[in-house]
Design a protein around this ligand. Structure first.
Ligand code: PLP
Length: 454
């Protein structure tokens, strides 16, 4: 390895000055135009030198003018505003975190109040909000799913689910789906259904077997094969609707058949609802479209109300028993902290009080119908409109064309983006309380963009 070069680093005084500069900006009531332009320059410079300049290149490719992305500053509901004051309709929803919209006042208030009382926990005493959120989740979860553990990211929820499945079944293998996405830490990455993200980190978990999504027979055949050669499978991990693959909806008999097959082969059915949960697809949980109760369910993204990072995995009292002998067998310093739990309690309140799943179902129907009308006018480039509720994918003829559409929409003040595993597909994942006027804005601007590109 080459010798590492010494570099000039900031002095103590400069560090204090730089951090004070940002603290002043964070708390500033008013920022001048000069300061705003300076923030853009500083942000680009910081990403370039200290974070990952790949993001700058990626965002550059997303704007036809080759400009860098807007520097985001604030937002409310379905809109966010960049530092230069440009307003964007958010149809990406932070990849699914903003189901309640940006800065929902109920969630913000809960977190602000909890911040004043106790932001993080001692880890030793009992934290009432952790218990309260556990109760609420246990009460809203399907069937006998009742006991849960809190962490911060979707990938943490999947890691926990995998450990729980191994612990309970005393088996080690998993079945996952091609083009499935479950996160990027080592366990969840082992389930990654697109090799591009996996190969550079191999060897990962060795006993993971991939089958096509939507094909229950393939799962049964894989389990039969595994049994024949003495491989032990602990669980089958599946998204109710594949999100990052581009909003792929399985056949209606898929989930009921998965349930029957997993029971028959005595393996756990693990539903990854990180993206589909909390109303996104028009039901509180995606599996409810097919009345299926999995053995373990993973939640994340919108669970924190779009304000705090929060995720969870939840299972039955019977399965959970294996974690109770030694409650430290799986732990997390920040998991289930009071701020995140306050946000989670508020998110559940808002989801129910505002009937976000019902609104997602209704708005999804409207949007999908109108999008299909646009597709009929642009069928040469817009190949498919699919999804459920407000998890919608627009598949274009090529990735390049998809990028051009995203760039065209961005220039018109609408944010959408491709999905991680399918670059031809743009995702439309707005707040579940998006208004008809806002949906019409998206539709008009999409139509205009496609007219322009045709
Ligand atoms: N599972 C699913 C279904 C996801 O869509 C994602 C993220 O997109 C994850 C897990 C990983 O979540 P995170 O990025 O919060 O780790």
């Amino acid at each position: 390895m080459a010798a590492r070069m010494a570099r000039d680093q900031m002095t103590r005084k400069e560090i204090i000055k730089e951090s004070r500069h940002w603290l002043d900006l964070i708390s500033a009531r008013k920022i001048t135009r000069y300061q705003r332009r300076k923030i853009v320059r500083e942000t680009i410079g910081n990403f370039d030198s200290y974070y990952n300049k790949g993001f700058l290149e990626y965002r550059k490719s997303m704007t036809e003018a080759g400009e860098f992305a807007a520097v985001e500053w604030t937002g409310r509901g379905s809109y966010f505003t960049d530092i230069l004051g440009r307003r964007y309709l958010d149809c990406l929803g932070g990849y699914g975190i903003y189901s309640a919209g940006i800065r929902h006042p109920t969630v913000i208030k809960a977190v602000q109040h909890q911040l004043e009382r106790m932001p993080l926990s001692s880890q030793e005493l009992l934290d009432p909000l952790r218990g309260a959120l556990g109760e609420l989740l246990g009460e809203i979860a399907p069937g006998d799913l009742q006991k849960c553990f809190f962490i911060s990211n979707g990938t943490d929820a999947v890691e926990g689910a995998m450990k729980l499945a191994r612990l309970y079944t005393k088996k080690s293998g998993f079945i996952s789906c091609l083009r499935g996405f479950h996160g990027k830490s080592y366990g969840s990455l082992s389930l990654m259904g697109k090799s591009e993200y996996r190969v550079d980190f191999e060897p990962l978990l060795q006993d993971v077997y991939f089958v096509p999504f939507g094909d229950a027979t393939a799962v049964a055949m894989e389990l039969e094969k595994a049994a024949a050669v003495g491989l032990d499978i602990a669980g089958v991990v599946v998204e109710p609707i594949q999100g990052e693959a581009g909003a792929i909806v399985p056949p209606d008999d898929y989930w009921p058949r998965l349930r029957e097959i997993c029971t028959r082969f005595n393996v756990l059915l693990i539903a990854d609802e990180v993206q589909t949960g909390m109303g996104r697809t028009g039901k509180l949980f995606g599996v409810e479209h097919w009345d299926v109760v999995p053995d373990i369910m993973c939640l994340g993204k919108a669970l924190g109300g779009g304000v705090m990072p929060l995720s969870a995995f939840i299972s039955t009292p019977e399965i959970w028993g294996v974690l109770e002998g030694n409650p430290f067998i799986h732990s997390s310093t920040f998991g289930g902290n009071p701020l995140a739990c306050a946000a989670g309690i508020a998110a559940i309140y808002v989801t129910f009080a505002e009937d976000l799943p019902g609104r997602a179902a209704k708005s999804g129907e409207y949007l999908m119908e109108k999008l299909r009308e646009i597709q009929a006018r642009h069928s040469d480039v817009l190949v498919e409109v699919r999804g459920k509720g407000l998890l919608i994918g627009l598949e274009f003829v090529t990735s390049e064309f998809g990028y051009s559409v995203a760039a065209g929409l961005f220039r018109r003040g609408v944010l959408v983006a491709g999905t991680l595993l399918n670059a031809k597909t743009l995702r439309v994942e707005p707040a579940l309380n998006i208004s008809k006027k806002e949906m019409n804005e998206l539709l008009e601007k999409l139509d205009d963009t496609l007219d322009d590109l045709s």
